[in-house]
Write a new protein. Structure first.
Ligand code: SF4
Length: 347
């Protein structure tokens, strides 16, 4: 069957697969050698759902997100938007993809042009593509977008410049700009990490409301499992370590019953505000706090130098595949846990 050139133009239905990454790899060639930043990642972002990509800094989250947004070309693998391989899109298809899949950066201070007003920033795409009839229409549309992201009264923000706004307000302007083109997927890369906690929660609530009202699919990148738990409770979490997904499944299962030793370590490191729950929580001690270099990855399972469950024969020789565990929607890459489940007759 010939490759479709144009993404499916119909309105997405709830839960529909919008963005599908299959076997995505990204290797950077540097003076110090090849850096396999992403090593075969499969992910699906669905309409109205949150997929949260979690892991330590440098694990490949942002590289994956940038490839998913079409900002970089992966070394291998495919990225499909609404059924069409984005590498094969014609000009009109690329335009559709760029409008529908929007990237929200981590730094609200750097992502807005300092000499553009809020009105100019939010309506740039609308005006460029002739989607606003005239200036009055563009201002009306900009005001609607600002109200959508809880910047009210909108009229009081339209003529402000970024330096006149707080960090949270700037990030809301960046989100309004992303929504201006009727986006279907928002890729939010640590978009709340530079904000104070109360502002962060308020922004996460706004994003959650937008997901429900507009059926937008989210690829939400964070190093903070507490944020993932808050924002993606109805969605999925994928845990990434050194360029690979090591565990993925519905958020409540990953948070309440983690299986991979790395996921357990991440969860045990999250601050628990309730002292009773904090006392009940089991600390996971890793064999090493050092993260191996991507230019000199350990053999077998790349987590083995740090893993408290590592078995020399098994873990140092072969990389564990990401396989379905328990016959449910959870996927796990661990020889030892998978074997123990099998021997216990689970699934
Ligand atoms: Fe640890 Fe071995 Fe599992 Fe890797 S495969 S996470 S080293 S037990």
């Amino acid at each position: 069957m010939p490759e479709p050139k144009i993404p499916d133009p119909r309105e997405p239905s709830p839960g529909e697969a919008l963005l599908e990454l299959s076997g995505v790899e990204q290797t950077f060639h540097t003076k110090r050698g090849d850096v396999p930043a992403v090593a075969g990642v499969d992910l699906t972002v669905r309409a109205g759902k949150v997929l949260c990509l979690v892991g330590e800094s440098g694990c490949g989250k942002t590289t994956t997100a940038r490839a998913a947004a079409g900002l970089t070309k992966p070394t291998a693998g495919t990225i499909r938007f609404r059924g069409a391989d984005i590498a094969g899109l014609d000009r009109a298809g690329r335009q559709t993809f760029r409008e529908a899949v929007q990237y929200i950066h981590q730094d609200p201070y750097a992502s807005l042009n300092p000499v553009r007003t809020v009105y100019s920033t939010v309506t740039a795409g609308l005006r460029r593509h002739g989607r606003a009839a005239d200036r009055a229409d563009a201002r009306r549309r900009a005001a609607e977008l600002l109200e959508r992201v809880d910047l009210t009264p909108a009229e009081s923000y339209l003529d402000k410049y970024p330096h006149q706004l707080s960090g949270g307000q700037r990030q809301r302007v960046a989100i309004a700009r992303a929504l201006a083109m009727d986006s279907q997927v928002l890729i939010a890369d640590e978009s709340t990490s530079m904000l104070d906690v109360s502002i962060r929660v308020s922004l996460l609530n706004t994003l959650g409301r937008l997901r429900d009202e507009l059926d937008v699919g989210f690829l939400f990148i964070t190093h903070d499992l507490a944020v993932a738990k808050y924002f993606a409770w109805d969605g999925d979490i994928a845990v990434m370590y050194l360029g690979r997904i090591v565990e993925q499944g519905p958020t409540p299962r990953i948070i309440n019953d983690p299986q991979h030793p790395y996921t357990k370590a991440l969860i045990s490191a999250v601050c628990e505000p309730d002292p009773r729950l904090a006392r009940a929580k089991k600390a996971v001690t890793l064999r090493s706090s050092e993260i191996p270099s991507l230019t000199d990855l350990p053999s077998g399972c790349t987590f083995h130098p740090r893993c408290p469950l590592a078995e020399a024969d098994t873990c140092e020789t072969a990389a564990p595949p990401l396989a379905v565990l328990d016959g449910d929607s959870r996927r796990l890459a661990c020889h030892v846990v998978a074997r123990d489940h099998e021997q216990a007759g689970v699934g």
